[in-house]
Design a protein around this ligand. Sequence first.
Ligand code: HEC
Length: 122
Amino acid sequence: MNRISTIKPVAFIALLALASVSPLSLAAGSGNAEAGKALAQPCQACHGADGNSTAPIYPRLAGQYPDYLARALQEYRDGERVNPIMAVYVEKLSDQDIRDLAAYFSAMPGRLSDLHGQMDAK
Ligand code: HEC
């Protein structure tokens, strides 16, 4: 007998509801890139006007996954990721600001690349 079929429908619906509650409330889907653009002005000095910094010490943000960006910003703000430079720029950001910034930078054309095709280059 198939065990799944023995789960009562009500319990199944409750399980579905539990599964849809994200442990990370900052899931970046609801960010507003237009609002993020206004917030991004101070970031551009280091991360580049188009989110593609040219200096290796400043990570490129353009085209990065929005939930990665949101998570990083949240962690800087909450002290889970410690960097004295970034701490200054995120301390006053709300959760919505973070979602907006993540939406903005992730929507920009990125120059992120992986090592595909480069590993064999001598
Ligand atoms: C004065 C320079 C400077 C400014 C301004 C700045 N950052 Fe950064 N940012 C850095 C540096 C340096 C790092 C790398 C820190 C580390 O090693 O954790 C970084 C890291 C990050 C990361 C993590 C990237 C990754 O790949 O893990 C994000 C996201 C980020 N910054 C977003 C922002 C946003 C959004 C702003 C504006 C609100 C901003 N930064 C302003 C210098 C800056």
